[in-house]
Structures are given as C-alpha cells and as structure tokens.
Design a protein around this ligand. Structure first.
Ligand SMILES: C[S@@+](CC[C@H](N)C(=O)[O-])C[C@H]1O[C@@H](n2cnc3c(N)ncnc32)[C@H](O)[C@@H]1O
Length: 455
C-alpha cells in the first residue's frame, strides 16, 4: 500500500468557524485538550476544568474525553513514532492540528482497543468538526494504513524511552542510573491508583466498602471508580485523597501533639490534615485563595482544625518561632507524571533551575522562624535532584546552625529502599512496583542546633 503523502495542504483553519458551531463530543473535547496542553502549555487538569463543553457531557463521556487525552499524552512518543512511520515525508508545521487528530486516532487504535472502523471514522468526523475537512481523506488513509500494523509496531517499540523527553531521561539516568531511569519511565505507562489516607477513627468496614488494601506505609489503596465525592466514606470524612508517597514526609516531624507547626505551601491540605490529626496546632499557609478554600473545605469535612493563612511564604512570619515546619515547596512535579502525563511535555530543564532557586529562597526564609532544636521537613514531589538534595545541600553548606537529621529505617516502616546514603527520603515511581508503585517524592529532615546554654 503506498504511503499517504505527508503534505496536509490547504488552510488548516479552513472551516473552523463552521466546525465550532457543532456541539462538543468527547473526541472534539479531547482534541481541544491536546491543543491546550501541547500548543498553549496549559496543564491538562486546568484545560479540562475550563472547557465549556465538559459540563454538558454525561459522566461516561466526560471520563472518556479525559482518558483519551491523558492516554494520548502518556503515549505521545510512541504515537508520534507510528505516525512518522506511516508518512512518506514529515508533516509540515502548519499541519500541527491535523497531527493532533492523527494522535487521537492512533491512541484509540492501539491503546484504547477501539475497533478500527470506529477509530478511523470518528477521526474523519473530527476533521469535519474542527474545521479540517480538506484533510479528511489524508487522515483516513494514514489511520487505515496504521490499523493493519499498529499493534505489531507498538510491540517492537521501546515504550519507556519513546514516551520520556530526552532531558528527563538524561537527568534520571545521571541521578539514579540507567536501570532505575528505565523502571521510572516504565512506571509512568500505567495510570496511578487511587490512594487514601484514613481518619484514625474510620470504621473497620471501610476497607471492604472501598475495595481497598492497606499498603506497608499505612495508606489505603482503592480499586473504587467514579467521582470522589460519591465514594464510600467521603461524606462522613473517613479519608482524604493523598498518594502513598505524599503521606510519608509529615510523619518525619515525629510526635507533634500540642506543638505549634507551620505547614508552608499547605493547600489543598493533605499534610495539614495529617498534622492536625496527630494533635498539632497547625498554621497552614498558602498564597492561593482558591486552593486555601479547598483546604478549609477538606478540614471541615474531616472534622479537623487548623489556622489557615493566605500569604506568600517567601515573606510570611509567624508571631513567634514555631516548634516544627513542614515545607512542601512548589516544584516541577515530575514525580507525579503517572497522574499527570502532561507534565512530561510541559516542563523544561530551565524551569527546574528557576524553581530550585525559588525553593532555596523559601527554605532559607522558613529556617529563620524555627525554634532552637526544632525540626524542619523539606519535601518536593519532583524527581529532579536540583529541586531536592541540590537545594538542601546548598543550604546546609552555608548554614552551620542547621544540621541534617537522617531519616532511618524506623521512620519508613523498614522500607530502607526509600532512603538515600545521606539519610533523605527518595521515593521513585517504581518503588513498591508489585503493589502499584508510588509518586516520586523527596524529603529531608533538618534541625536547628539547640543554642548553647551559658554556664
Ligand atoms: C505541592 S502543592 C502543596 C501540597 C500540600 N502541601 C498538600 O500536602 O496538600 C504547593 C502549594 O504551594 C503553594 N505556593 C506556591 N508558591 C507559594 C508561595 N510563595 N507562598 C505560599 N504558597 C505557595 C501553591 O499555591 C500550592 O498550593
């Protein structure tokens, strides 16, 4: 079969206005979401929340639109390699939107087990809906060709490498070694499970009602599906959503009952809830009013209390020094690619470098209001060493009053594979792989040396 000509031709925007009048379908929405992420660098969740057509879909179609766009992003490298294989010459830049239609079509053919005729016909339809009618025969020819060979092509691909941007692959290989890098990238091919942190008074039947198992870290891992507020135990505040790795760092502050703890960069409040549940007097600080509102809603539902403050952590000061600090800095979030496959394509090495300097500034400032002898836990859901040990080691090197308090086996329930040689926490998405993995996370525990008492 001759290869379809790679030249898309015609005006890519052609009858776009005619297409825009048609009602949204799950596939037109998935197309818009892909465009928002890849052409406008908008996070997928944000694009999904803001798309006016999403609210008009029923629950099933909404879930399909989200799943189709997320799977296309998760498998983008493989999908693009298949498209390139099917073309006689590269698609010109002006046909970028046609490539999105092909991407969604290939994703359905290969990764969503959509029958070939449905994947091809709906992609041709998408050309019509989104103003690319002139390209419909081209899309039809490419997808028909791939329908016959895509499964064999996919089986021969190096999925882990193709779906990982080169800068991330190089960074993870250098930081963790080639074998771990490959294991991390392979973990990203699967969607993350639903993890819940239970309220300590949650009733014993909760696990059964949620179809959950308890991980060695204490987190409940559920197989339940559907909207979170409709899951058993949500309304009565029996749990909150929190990845297993994200639930570890707050425990490093130790026994916090009755202590004043500043939870910095706190929203939506997963760690605030843990600290409040442990009996701390928590001041939760975040600069986003909307996210702080979610934190307050979450605490109310859980029957927990904390003081919440809307402020910039770079300048905020408590009225008096605090006994402990949890600093969960804003970051590239490359540890959460399983949940947010768009992150792999949205972030860059330059952004990591700029985030690391913000993180260092926040850490240095937070240390100024720690009580003598107090602990600070610094954590970040990034796999990039610049945002983890890079920040902590730079601060330790210039602050003789601050020492690292190594995290040990007892702090991580014996899961020593989660500890670095320096005594920091380093969770990789491939850890606990046999149980479904975890988000990537880094944490270090620091202590302000007690001031020497005068004789
Ligand atoms: C990784 S999230 C925190 C997650 C939270 N600790 C939890 O466990 O649910 C980072 C948060 O930092 C907040 N943030 C970013 N920069 C900030 C700043 N300079 N001051 C205060 N909050 C900030 C963001 O609004 C966001 O809510």
């Amino acid at each position: 079969m001759p290869r379809p000509n790679g030249r898309a031709g015609g005006n890519a925007g052609g009858d776009a206005r005619a297409g825009a009048r048609r009602p949204s379908t799950p596939r037109t929405i998935a197309f818009d979401l892909l465009t928002s992420v890849l052409d406008r660098q908008q996070p997928l969740d944000e694009a999904f929340e803001r798309h006016p057509g999403v609210a008009r879909l029923d629950g099933r179609d909404r879930a399909f639109a989200r799943h189709l766009s997320a799977t296309t992003l998760r498998r983008l490298g493989q999908i693009d390699a298949m498209i390139d294989h099917a073309l006689a010459r590269p698609l010109p830049a002006r046909a970028a939107l046609v490539r999105h239609i092909l991407r969604l079509g290939v994703c359905q053919l290969v990764f969503l087990a959509t029958p070939a005729h449905a994947a091809v016909d709906s992609s041709v339809d998408l050309c019509r809906h989104r103003g690319h009618l002139a390209h419909a025969p081209f899309v039809n020819a490419v997808l028909r060709r791939l329908a016959g060979e895509a499964a064999a092509l996919a089986a021969g691909q190096d999925a882990a490498r193709l779906n990982t941007p080169t800068w991330l692959w190089q960074s993870w290989s250098a930081a963790y070694g080639e074998e771990h890098c490959r294991a991390i990238a392979s973990a990203h091919l699967q969607e993350a499970p639903l993890d819940l942190t239970p309220r300590c008074n949650a009733d014993a039947s909760l696990l059964a009602r949620l179809g959950a198992t308890r991980l060695p870290t204490g987190t409940l891992r559920s197989v339940a599906h559907g909207p979170i507020p409709e899951l058993p135990g949500f309304a009565e505040g029996a749990w909150w959503v929190q990845d297993a790795a994200a639930a570890i760092p707050a425990t490093f502050l130790g026994a916090v009952q009755g202590q004043s703890i500043a939870d910095l960069c706190a929203a939506p409040g997963g760690k605030t809830a843990q600290l409040a549940q442990a009996g701390a007097r928590v001041i939760a600080v975040d600069r986003s009013p909307a996210r702080l509102a979610r934190l307050n809603d979450n605490l109310r539902r859980l029957g927990l209390a904390a003081e919440s403050v809307c402020a910039d952590v770079a300048t905020w000061q408590p009225e008096a020094p605090v006994a402990g600090i949890l600093l969960d800095v804003p970051c590239s979030a490359t540890g959460t690619i399983r949940r947010h496959p768009d992150i792999a394509w949205l972030k860059s090495a330059a952004e990591v470098a700029s985030l690391a300097s913000i993180q260092e500034r926040l850490l240095r400032h937070a240390l100024t209001f720690l009580q003598s002898g107090g602990r600070l836990v610094y954590c970040v859901c990034s796999l990039q060493p610049e945002e983890g040990p890079g920040v902590v080691n730079a601060v330790l090197a210039s602050c003789p009053d601050i020492e690292r308090e190594p995290i040990d086996a007892g702090d991580v329930r014996g899961l020593t594979e989660l500890l670095t040689a320096d005594g920091d926490l380093r969770v990789l998405p491939c850890h606990l792989a046999e149980l479904g993995g975890m988000d990537g996370f880094y944490a270090a525990r620091l202590r302000l040396r007690p001031s020497l008492a005068l004789p």
